[in-house]
Design a protein around this ligand. Structure first.
Ligand SMILES: NC(=O)c1ccc[n+]([C@@H]2O[C@H](COP(=O)([O-])OP(=O)(O)OC[C@H]3O[C@@H](n4cnc5c(N)ncnc54)[C@H](OP(=O)(O)O)[C@@H]3O)[C@@H](O)[C@H]2O)c1
Length: 242
């Protein structure tokens, strides 16, 4: 996403915990004649994320776009998953998103028209066995963003939440879930794994067209739709074809 935005001449501030990884992406953006700033922070540390966002706003003379994307996946049976793991998932995926949004909001309101395009997950719309904590965290993030959209749209700030299915990234390392074997049968048969570039394009399109909720790949929209319209049938299907 940072590379896609950099290629469009956006000045990009990169935030995550691992400075070296951020420096590598920044270097790649600069090699393509883009402008990038590295501002390492842990999104669960409210003061740190506020400082990182303020640094970016100061360096760039304001902010027009925020892409809250930091997130982790940890899976397991609800009764067995360690409490610390559940807390970590909720802290990063929910509170981390909220802290990041709130840190950027004053700058985005001042710089309107502006946009928040958050990467959440299809798991926030479509639950699956073993994903109780992760699904809850992404549903919470989706709903936070939906409420925020109502609050800020008339002030010129668009809000989108991008809900991808499985993406080919290091995300599943240490997550205790293999998407090729552990997701429900229908998902494994019908939903292909996305490339990160496809999610990046979806983010750019969501900003350009002020989309609300974006689900990808397209077949997952059908899953999300059936879950909303006929939840009992969706449950039945999931239990019949685990
Ligand atoms: N991969 C998938 O199948 C998939 C599917 C649907 C949705 N998603 C969502 O997509 C987003 C990106 O995931 P990904 O697939 O790119 O996974 P990833 O390769 O593991 O990347 C996660 C990113 O989040 C950062 N991060 C994690 N914890 C952080 C924290 N406490 N503070 C700041 N940054 C933090 C990581 O950097 P540091 O470790 O350096 O901090 C890393 O840049 C996540 O929100 C994930 O839930 C992923």
């Amino acid at each position: 996403m940072a590379l896609a935005l950099g290629a469009r001449r956006a000045r990009v501030a990169l935030v995550a915990r691992n400075r070296e990884a951020l420096e590598r992406v920044a270097e790649e953006i600069r090699r393509a004649r883009g402008e990038a700033l590295v501002a390492p922070a842990d999104v669960t540390d409210e003061a740190a994320i506020r400082a990182a966002v303020a640094r970016a706003a100061e360096a760039f003379g304001g902010l027009r776009l925020l892409v809250p994307n930091a997130g982790i996946g940890r899976y397991g049976p609800a009764a067995e998953q360690p409490a610390e793991q559940i807390e970590q998932v909720i802290r990063i995926n929910v509170l981390g998103t909220i802290h990041t949004v709130r840190a950027a909001l004053p700058f985005l309101l001042a710089g309107a028209p502006s946009h928040i395009a958050a990467v959440t997950s299809s798991a926030g719309l479509i639950p699956h066995v073993g994903g109780s904590a992760y699904c809850a965290s992404k549903a919470a993030a989706n709903q936070y963003l939906a409420a925020l959209r109502l609050e800020v749209l008339d002030h010129g700030v668009g809000v989108s939440w991008i809900c991808p299915g499985a993406v080919d990234t290091p995300f599943f390392e240490g997550a205790n879930l293999d998407p090729d074997t552990d997701l429900p049968l229908l998902a494994r048969l019908l939903v292909r794994k996305l490339r990160p570039e496809e999610v990046a394009r979806a983010v750019v399109r969501a900003v350009e067209h002020n989309r609300r909720e974006v689900v990808l790949p397209p077949v997952l929209r059908l899953f999300a739709w059936s879950r909303r319209m006929t939840p009992a049938f969706a449950d039945w299907l999931n239990r019949k074809l685990p």
